[in-house]
Write a protein that binds this ligand. Structure first.
Ligand SMILES: Cc1cc2nc3c(=O)[nH]c(=O)nc-3n(C[C@H](O)[C@H](O)[C@H](O)COP(=O)(O)OP(=O)(O)OC[C@H]3O[C@@H](n4cnc5c(N)ncnc54)[C@H](O)[C@@H]3O)c2cc1C
Ligand SMILES: *[C@@H]1O[C@H](CO)[C@@H](O)[C@H](O)[C@H]1NC(C)=O
Ligand SMILES: *[C@@H]1O[C@H](CO)[C@@H](O)[C@H](O)[C@H]1NC(C)=O
Ligand SMILES: *[C@@H]1O[C@H](CO)[C@@H](O)[C@H](O)[C@H]1NC(C)=O
Ligand SMILES: *[C@@H]1O[C@H](CO)[C@@H](O)[C@H](O)[C@H]1NC(C)=O
Ligand SMILES: *[C@@H]1O[C@H](CO)[C@@H](O)[C@H](O)[C@H]1NC(C)=O
Ligand SMILES: *[C@@H]1O[C@H](CO)[C@@H](O)[C@H](O)[C@H]1NC(C)=O
Ligand SMILES: *[C@@H]1O[C@H](CO)[C@@H](O)[C@H](O)[C@H]1NC(C)=O
Length: 615
């Protein structure tokens, strides 16, 4: 079915009168950042009890009245002077799926059940020329909560200098101090119990945590194999990798026990929906609409001070025209550039290629796209030496600077390769990233897991080998004016020669790990890559043929000066506009070496502070 027919069908199915209600904020995208921000922005209004069905109601009305038409009949009138409108696209039009209560979402063990389903945008990159010319599948949350609803739940924060770097790059006010204080507001940390402390030797630093926020964070301590305290920790110590007992305070170097966004000692996911939204689902000034894909911004005819002003947002099933005082784009680093480009904001060449009139010349839209490459390695363990346990994720996450795994000769080679700036990386970012490498900021993640098959044959699996701070940069752009056509995603993985070198060397380093005692005494041999993979070239070939996409995209609407390819200013306002903001991970110019959901909550909390302060 062609998309124009689908559009027409949706219009017929939802014969909705365009609302004339005024919203202070119309947020496009109810993901990790957008939904959390919506809840924070709606905090200061009077609360009324509302009727259910909010998620599937359609709107009409005029003035300060909002008429809510319930899909199963009936309507009601609500009044308020401060409405928020939030629009996460939830797949099948006409369904009521918000994901709320779906065990595939609420049970963290089941997260991969969502991959390739309607809860996933199911993106695919263009062939990655530096990674064997393979296209790579790209799972992205397409459900209320976005990535936070379907992610693996691992929780990491980076090093102080990685956040301070954002300010150096031009994001005034976005530094470790402000972002650490913001992220602690989102966090409800559950310290491990005494039994867990005794069993695994866990500790935590209370000053590194928030205890009153909506998102539960806990150390994974139940069902962890004895392999970890008895073999992994002593082996890491012998390699010079000392345990970091609490990596959440601005120094995350070294191995640490895995922190998860989870209710303690359970399999229950904590995410933007359960943490931020469900406790306030009855707020009458917050309207969450699923099944509403925002396509473009509706602009006022006139410009003021040379800036253009948004008055609403156009959707596939209906138009919210002339009713938005502020528009906030929160569609994620892969979706937000598309909305800007469809709205006439972006690179003139990209817009001209699809015949869209240029309203704001911003070549940074969809540029500077950054994501991490990931691969795995595994080793067979001697029968009967360890149990596999039943942990939800890898029990130990070891993040290392290059000096933590490269030999002296390799460090020399690294320095040589760092003489040349990768083509699409900005001068400012290249300089800062080299400083971070020098300063020993972690560049590579080694996640340690144990797996067993039906016969109790156990393997040590480095199930996440992630180059966490790649130098390669790519692009995400539209190539069609049809909002239902996915964006063209080209992360250019491993295009920076240093990335390929450092990544392949990390896989090779797992051979050094299993050669250290006490691990060595229980290793049978390599499974993947197998024993035929030996030389530097073999390992390069292995990452070329086996590495895939992580899910940690940032940078495609960067918060840097306009003259340096920036898209938003430090108040999140899109350059050239008076009232359009971006609040999602596309604003992060340079990726801290982490898994990114902590950053999304950080951006939401910081955005609310800035917007509420009227900046
Ligand atoms: C499979 C997977 C595993 C991950 N594992 C981890 C992990 O273990 N730990 C970790 O820290 N991070 C993890 N992440 C990353 C983390 O979840 C994301 O970085 C984070 O969710 C990004 O937040 P965001 O607000 O930028 O975008 P998202 O959370 O993706 O939210 C964007 C929302 O906007 C909606 N949307 C997009 N376009 C439109 C439109 N045009 N109109 C209306 N709505 C729209 C989307 O459907 C989505 O709901 C994972 C992500 C994935 C996908
Ligand atoms: C959970 O995921 C599985 C696998 O994709 C699917 O078959 C099942 O229908 C899903 N359950 C729900 C409630 O969506
Ligand atoms: C621990 O494992 C048991 C049995 O294998 C399982 O029932 C339980 O849900 C697990 N608990 C957690 C928190 O992983
Ligand atoms: C929302 O309102 C419904 C109906 O009154 C009520 O059953 C429910 O408990 C309320 N939820 C919250 C979180 O207040
Ligand atoms: C929304 O507005 C656009 C014009 O801006 C129009 O082409 C489209 O048909 C409208 N859609 C609906 C559902 O009213
Ligand atoms: C381990 O045991 C399984 C069966 O339980 C057997 O198939 C396998 O060969 C054994 N492996 C080794 C390395 O001894
Ligand atoms: C595997 O180990 C578990 C726990 O030690 C035991 O209950 C089970 O019977 C074993 N399975 C096989 C196939 O040996
Ligand atoms: C847009 O890109 C996709 C690949 O992502 C391709 O299949 C499609 O043909 C392209 N369309 C146009 C109009 O270039």
């Amino acid at each position: 079915m062609s998309s124009s027919i689908r559009l027409l069908l949706n219009t017929l199915l939802f014969s909705v009168v365009a609302a004339a209600t005024t919203y202070d904020y119309v947020i496009v995208g109810g993901g990790a950042t957008g939904l959390s921000l919506a809840v924070l922005l709606s905090e200061d209004s009077s609360k009324r009890v509302a009727v259910g069905d909010q998620l599937t109601a359609t709107l009409s009305g005029s003035g300060s009245e909002l008429i809510v038409h319930h899909p199963r009949g009936g309507s009601e009138v609500r009044t308020s002077d401060r409405f928020l409108f939030l629009s996460p696209i939830v797949n099948n039009y006409g369904s009521t799926s918000s994901g709320i209560g779906n065990p595939n979402i609420t049970n963290l063990r089941l997260n991969s059940n969502n991959f390739g389903t309607a809860n996933d945008w199911q993106f695919v990159t263009v062939p990655q020329v530096d990674v064997g010319n393979r296209p790579q599948a790209q799972v992205q949350g397409k459900v209320l909560g976005g990535g936070s609803a379907i992610n693996s739940g691992m929780y990491l924060r980076g090093n102080k200098e990685e956040y301070d770097a954002l300010e150096t790059l031009g994001a005034t006010g976005w530094n470790w101090d402000s972002m650490f204080s913001a992220v602690k507001k989102s966090e409800h940390f559950h310290p491990p119990s005494q039994t867990e402390v005794d069993a695994l030797g866990l500790t935590d630093t209370p000053a590194f945590h928030g205890f009153a926020g909506p998102i539960s964070v806990a150390i994974q301590a139940v069902n962890v194999s004895r392999f970890f305290p008895e073999f992994a920790v002593p082996t890491l110590k012998n390699l010079g990798h000392k345990m970091n007992t609490d990596p959440n305070g601005g120094f995350h170097n070294g191995p640490s026990w895995d922190f998860l966004t989870i209710l303690p000692d359970s399999n229950t996911r904590s995410y933007a929906v359960s943490g931020y939204y469900l406790p306030v689902i009855n707020r009458t000034n917050l309207h969450v609409m699923t099944e509403s894909q925002g396509t473009k911004i509706i602009w006022a005819e006139k410009t003021q001070d040379g800036l253009i002003t948004a008055t609403g947002v156009e959707y596939i099933v209906f138009n919210e025209s002339g009713n938005a005082k502020n528009v906030i784009l929160s569609g994620s680093a892969l979706n937000t550039p598309k909305i800007l480009e469809l709205s006439g904001v972006g690179d003139p060449t990209v817009l001209a290629s699809v015949g869209i009139d240029l309203l704001v010349n911003l070549p940074g839209v969809g540029a500077n796209l950054c994501n991490q490459p990931i691969t795995t390695a595994s080793y067979l363990l001697k029968n009967g030496t360890v149990d596999a346990g039943n942990a939800i994720r890898s029990a130990i996450i070891d993040v290392q600077p290059f000096s933590g795994y490269l030999s002296a000769a390799d460090l020399q080679r690294s320095e040589e390769l760092l003489q040349t700036k990768p083509e699409l990386l900005s001068d400012a970012q290249f300089k800062i990233m080299k400083e971070q490498i020098e300063a020993g900021v972690p560049q590579m993640e080694f996640a340690w897991n144990v797996a067993a098959d039906g016969n109790n044959v156990t393997t040590l699996t480095f199930d996440r080998l992630i180059l966490v701070k790649p130098l390669s940069r790519g692009t995400v752009h539209i190539n069609s004016t049809d909002p239902l056509v996915p964006p063209v995603i080209d992360p250019k993985y491993l295009s920076a020669p240093h990335d390929k070198f450092a990544f392949a060397k990390a896989v090779q380093y797992t051979r050094t790990i299993v050669n250290a005692e006490p691990l060595k005494s229980i290793i049978v041999g390599p499974v993947l890559p197998d024993a035929t993979v030996q030389t530097d070239d073999d390992f390069v070939n292995y990452v070329n043929t086996k590495s895939v996409s992580e899910h940690h995209f940032v940078g495609s609407s960067a918060m840097v000066p306009r003259a340096e390819g920036g898209v938003v200013d430090p108040s999140l306002v899109v350059y050239g506009t008076s009232n359009v903001r971006v609040a999602d991970l596309s604003i992060i110019a340079s990726l801290p070496g982490i898994h990114t959901v902590s950053l999304a909550y950080m951006v939401a909390e910081r955005a609310a502070e800035i917007i509420n302060a009227g900046q």
